[in-house]
Unconditional design. Structure first.
Length: 256
């Protein structure tokens, strides 16, 4: 009798040298995940660059694939990682973050139960340097997230979504159809979240699924990330893309 073939949740991580020392903790959080029978995770780590500083921290685990490429930012690195993501689902995990126990199983259960859902997300907690956590403000109630709900909230609240894009779990075919992550110097994950919400219903889990590390070297804490002119331009193209997708009437799943 042939053994059952496992299906994969592919966890995609973009990494650069400053965040690489956090990879072992991210790996430990993956190893703590419990999945239903027939499911396994695979981790694709894509360096945004070709340095010698990252490989030292990549776990020696047969479930882990490490790739490098010319630098282009985290969105480019994640999109390139899709070439090695052969499972039906893709989970985002930033190099400096950690999943909470049960996060993958909850995301998987939501999308396996309802084919009309294209993506799932969860509550996130900020992980502070002293080890304490702080809740992310504005979490929606647990349940389905209807098309356009995230975009409307984001546009009305100074371009801040009620769902943290670092928690996304996405059907791979939908992710590829949208072109992966946006070609932006930052906010590429927010752009993906809004595009997903424009074309597909999602699911929000009220149980915390991610510990979002706050530390001195993170890119979102650097001055260029909050430069007013660049932020305005980023938000403009993110919104235009999301609204264009909605106006064109494309929906996931496609009507059969």
């Amino acid at each position: 009798m042939r053994a059952a073939v496992s299906r994969h949740i592919v966890v995609v991580t973009a990494v650069h040298a400053p965040s690489a020392p956090h990879l072992p903790e991210a790996h430990a959080s993956l190893c703590a995940q419990e999945l239903p029978g027939g499911w396994e995770w695979r981790w694709v780590i894509q360096e945004d660059g070709t340095t010698d500083a990252v490989g030292l921290y990549v776990p020696a685990d047969p479930r882990v694939t490490f790739r490098q490429g010319r630098p282009g930012g985290p969105g480019v690195a994640r999109t390139m990682a899709l070439a090695h993501a052969d499972g039906p689902y893709v989970k985002i995990l930033d190099a400096d973050d950690r999943l909470t126990p049960g996060a993958l199983a909850r995301d998987l259960a939501a999308l396996e139960a309802d084919r009309t859902l294209g993506w799932a997300a969860s509550r996130a907690l900020d992980l502070l340097p002293d080890g304490s956590t702080v809740a992310f403000p504005g979490d929606p109630a647990e349940g389905p997230v209807e098309r356009g709900a995230v975009l409307d909230f984001w546009a009305a609240n100074d371009f801040r979504a009620q769902i943290h894009p670092a928690t996304l779990f996405v059907r791979r075919d939908l992710l590829v159809a949208l072109g992966g992550w946006m070609a932006l110097p930052a906010s590429e994950d927010t752009g993906l979240l809004l595009a997903l919400n424009s074309v597909s219903r999602g699911w929000f889990s009220a149980e915390a699924g991610l510990l979002y590390r706050k530390w001195e070297g993170q890119v979102t804490g650097l001055a260029p990330h909050v430069d007013p002119a660049e932020r305005t331009a980023r938000m403009a193209v993110v919104e235009e893309r999301a609204r264009a997708l909605g106006a064109l009437g494309w929906r996931y799943p496609a009507a059969g």
